[in-house]
Design a protein around this ligand. Structure first.
Ligand code: AMP
Length: 483
């Protein structure tokens, strides 16, 4: 495994939320928001609230619906709070990493929900451990919590956050509670999404705007890269704590991870995916009898592709069993292959005797595509062409998406023709990096493209970087308090 060696701690690709209400309990709105963010993490779910006197916490394993009972929610008193859903990391399922991370210390109680991954957590952990801090997990969220708790002993909240920001390096979107104050914080490159919502009786931050919609709220705007927002029931204060010339927005949020009905950094994900589908047609369109998506993630791409083709019929050729979980996280290859068959079954009438273009958002290990090409052939397809809505994934993600190791990535080893042959498709084409940048309306320099270029916007040992990385000094405790 080469991913685990250079990344600090387990990768955390998750969903976070925080709310501040005037006269309303926070627990249920947080619970509904976590449902809206369930696609961002299925391993565990948790909520931390504060009632003005003390903090309450409940964290459970599994899906949101399984992690909380009515009694659990009734016990989460208070009008402010944060929530978290955690993404499964390959192999280990570890309750010590479930979040929000909560702790009580001299200057109050702290809760943290983190989406992202730090690249220097080990350094900071070692330093803090040397100062006597005891850690209960190997996750980087606890490192942020301890650093912040230490700073809060000597300075106000905003300065404490700024000093922690100066030390941590990597990607993070955080919902933080300090007693009954709720904060939202986005890393200086804005790698992971985070947005602000206005509700009838308060304000919220969430990984995706779909969570705001669920609470009948209104999307105010994205949290800016490097910005801290401090929520109150009446509004929010904004502090631009760090400014960088470029962002490093994760393009894969748009391609695969986020909900299509979410707006991220000003773009509605569904429309981005449709545009990527149109570009896929422009770059590598092929006239077949039908074009069909791999459900659900390929749907928007296939509809844009069909529209741009002005003639290739859009057809649903694969039926998804919605009760089967994600195949991606099955521990063995054999299980992953079996699970694809459990999950997707061809609709014979739309496939038999037809030439088919199959559209998916991405190919990682190649298991899904490989299985689906043979499934369609067995169902009578005369030709199966594969079109993919992202460039070949050739390198691991260090910023929080569980992408498999370099050795496992089917496109990492050689040219597209080799992948085509291995998968058994009549033809295979991926989308270009330029098309991604164009659809998002961003320069290459403002995107994190590490998994498709092998060059990262962060300094990661053993990997190339695609920019001048401004790495914070780990030891910045000497900075003046008003820095
Ligand atoms: P694979 O079968 O390993 O090639 O994985 C590709 C399939 O998994 C595609 O259908 C994607 O929609 C989906 N996928 C892509 N990236 C991820 C991810 N990080 N976690 C879970 N599923 C993913």
């Amino acid at each position: 495994m080469d991913t685990g060696q250079t990344v600090d701690g387990p990768t955390e690709k998750c969903g976070v939320v925080g709310v501040s209400f005037r006269d309303r309990d926070a627990a249920r709105p947080l619970y509904y928001s976590l449902y809206a963010l369930q696609h961002r993490g299925q391993e565990s779910a948790g909520i931390v609230t504060h009632d003005g006197f003390q903090q309450h916490s409940h964290v459970g394993m599994g899906l949101v619906g399984d992690a909380f009972s009515e009694d659990d929610l009734d016990g989460l008193n208070g009008r402010t709070g944060i929530g978290h859903v955690r993404y499964p990391t390959a192999g280990s399922i570890d309750s010590s990493c479930a979040q929000p991370f909560s702790v009580s210390f001299k200057s109050g109680s702290l809760g943290l929900s983190h989406n992202g991954n730090l690249v220097n957590a080990d350094e900071i952990r070692d330093e803090l451990a040397g100062m006597g801090h005891a850690f209960t997990s190997d996750g980087d969220t606890e490192v942020i919590a301890h650093d912040l708790a230490t700073n809060l002993l000597n300075e106000d909240l905003v300065r404490a956050v700024k000093h922690t920001m100066n030390r941590i390096h990597g990607s993070y979107s955080l919902a933080i509670s300090h007693d009954d104050t709720v904060l939202g914080l986005r890393d200086p490159e804005g790698n992971r999404p985070l947005c602000i919502g206005k509700l009838e009786e308060g304000y919220m931050v969430a990984s995706e705007s779909a969570a705001i919609d669920t609470l009948d709220g209104e999307l105010v705007r994205d949290v800016r890269p490097g910005e801290l927002v401090v929520l109150s029931p009446e509004g929010f204060d904004s502090y631009q704590l760090v400014e960088r010339e470029n962002t490093a927005h994760c393009f894969f949020e748009h391609v695969y991870f986020a909900r299509p009905d979410s707006v991220i950094d000003g773009n509605l994900v569904y429309e981005v995916r449709r545009e990527l589908g149109r570009q896929l047609w422009a770059e590598s369109g092929i006239n077949t009898d039908v074009v069909m998506p791999v459900p659900d993630s390929g749907r928007a791409f296939a509809s844009g592709y069909a529209e741009a083709s002005e003639g290739v019929e859009f057809a649903e050729g694969l039926m998804k069993n919605r009760y089967v979980g994600r195949t991606f996280i099955m521990p063995t290859q054999d299980e992953r292959e079996r699970a694809v068959r459990l999950k997707l079954n061809p609709i014979k009438s739309t496939v038999e005797g037809k030439s088919v273009t199959l559209i998916d958002d991405s190919i990682v290990r190649g298991t899904t595509s490989n299985q689906l090409v043979s499934l369609l052939r067995e169902a009578g397809a005369t030709e199966v062409h594969l079109r993919i809505g992202s460039p070949p994934i050739t390198a691991p993600c260090y910023m929080g998406i569980n992408m498999a190791t370099r050795e496992e990535l089917i496109a990492a080893g050689g040219p597209v023709e080799d992948v085509e042959e291995e998968i058994g498709a009549d033809s295979l084409a991926y989308l270009s990096v330029d098309a991604i940048a164009e659809a998002l309306g961003e320069d290459h320099d403002d995107l994190c493209l590490g998994c498709v270029t092998g060059e990262y916007p962060y300094e990661i040992s053993g990997e190339e970087t695609d920019r001048d990385v401004e790495r914070p000094r780990t030891d910045d405790r000497e900075l003046p308090a008003d820095d």
